[in-house]
Every structure is written in C-alpha cells, then in structure tokens.
Write a protein that binds this ligand. Sequence first.
Ligand SMILES: C[S@@+](CC[C@H](N)C(=O)[O-])C[C@H]1O[C@@H](n2cnc3c(N)ncnc32)[C@H](O)[C@@H]1O
Length: 284
Amino acid sequence: MASGVSGGRGHSTCVRIMDQTTFRDFKELIYERSGISLQAGKEAMVSARVAKRLRALGMPDSRTYLQYVRRDKSGEELVQLLNVISTNVTSFFREPDHFDFFSEVISKWSSEGQRRFRFWSAASSTGEEPYTIAMTFLEAVKDAKVDMRILATDISTRVLERCVVGQYEKRSLETVPKALKARYFDKEGRGEDAVYRAKSILKDRIVFKRLNLSKPPFPMKGPLDVVFCRNVMIYFDKEVRKNLLEEISRLLRPGGYLMVGHSENLVGLSMHLEVVRPSIYLKR
Ligand SMILES: C[S@@+](CC[C@H](N)C(=O)[O-])C[C@H]1O[C@@H](n2cnc3c(N)ncnc32)[C@H](O)[C@@H]1O
C-alpha cells in the first residue's frame, strides 16, 4: 500500500511480525470483507497496523485479535480493523488535470441548460476530494438556481467522521488557491496552529455515507453525471474491479464521465466505458 506503515517508525520497530498462517487468515478476512488484496510481503505493515488495535484493546497477540474480530457479531471490530488497514492518502486538487477537465465539462453542460448535477466521490477518504469537487463546481457554474449534490462514500468510518467535520490543517490547504481558501474556508486560530473549516456553502452540497465498493449492487439509483473513483482500485484484484466498474457504468448516465487514479488502468474491464484521455472514461 502506498503510504507504508501507519503509526510511524517508532511503533513499527517494536511490533512483533505475525506468523504466515495468521497473515494468511487476516488477508482472507480483509479480502472477503473489503475487496482489499494484501500482497505477499505486507506482513510487517499488517502487523504494525493490527498492533494499534491490540494496544487499544489490551490484547496479547494478533491471533487472539483475529478470533475476536471473527466472533464479533456486531461487525464493529471489523470496521475498526478496516479503519487501520486502509490507506487514506489524499489531498485537495490531487491530480489537478481531472479538475480542469471537470470544470470544462460542467461549464459546457451548464451553458447547454443543464440544471441538475449529481456527482459521486466513491472513495472520499478524509474529504479533500469531495470538497475539491464542490469548489470546482461553484467556481465554474455561477448559477444560483442549479441543483447540485455530491455523494461522498468510503469504507472507513474514521475518515468519514473527518469529512463531516471538514476541518483541515494549514499544510493540507497548500494546494488550494488563496482566493478559494478565503471563499470556502473559515480560518480558526493563528499562525502554525491555524485550522481551516469548510464553510456550509460546501458542506451543504455533500452527503457522506459508508459504502463498501467491493459489494455491489449499491443502494443508489443514479443517474450520475461524474464519478470520481480514484486511487482505490489499486487495492482490488481484477474481479472486484470488474464488478465495481459494471456498477459504476450502471449508475452513470450516457455521456457521463468516470475519473480514476493516474496509475489505474481499466483496459479490458468494461465494455461501456470508453477512454477519452488517460484516466478519464466516457459512459457510452
Ligand atoms: C488512497 S485513498 C484515495 C482517496 C481519494 N479518492 C484520492 O484519490 O485522493 C483510498 C480510500 O479508499 C478507501 N477504501 C478502501 N477499500 C474500500 C472499499 N472496499 N470500499 C470503499 N472504500 C474503500 C480507503 O478507506 C481510503 O480512504
């Protein structure tokens, strides 16, 4: 996974690496419940992440924890496990050419008279992506009468809580142009301790929900105009990706677009999605 071991070096040095059988059992459980395929060689990373839950629960080892997750009928500990396993790296205006393209198409659709817009940030992480979609839209389409909504989903409850709060450190806002920062965020505090909170003009347009992308069909009806499903399919195998793409193309309207991460390739995975430029697909 991209971000390496969460918890930092300090933790990883004192973590006991789990045995192969336990790793295989975690791998199977995680795949079955989230579609995330852990590759061989990730034992140290998984051990370090699971160690966070051992510390929180005061458990002696990962085998005991595995049994605890399996026996927990409420499913709450599974959510906690996925919270520590998932990699949530993101940023405002990440892969900015997507937002240039997005701005062009929504301006065009708006000038053609479209008044209702529906977008989906399918793996929203801590919210930078859906808030960027909202800012880009409001900058491109100045018509106050339009009906625009964004659905932001993720499997991790931990990141969704942060989305809802919509509060970001100064450093995270470095990729947001100054004028947009002033227009769409309230500054709280001073100097290096300052934080920025998304204004209601952004928040009111976004609905945050937990959704597992590896378990279609999803409860939404569509039709959607643009889906951002970026930097999450890299964790899925071909079968999970294929089923997900079929569901996305069901939800997209003809003429709508799908954006995927720059390092993700959909070749041979969907008949209904046509590449228009690298990492941008058109629903036929
Ligand atoms: C690397 S972040 C990408 C965030 C954002 N889309 C971007 O490109 O900046 C990947 C996100 O996918 C989420 N994720 C992983 N497996 C998932 C699943 N099965 N269903 C929904 N979200 C999932 C993780 O919790 C994480 O927040």
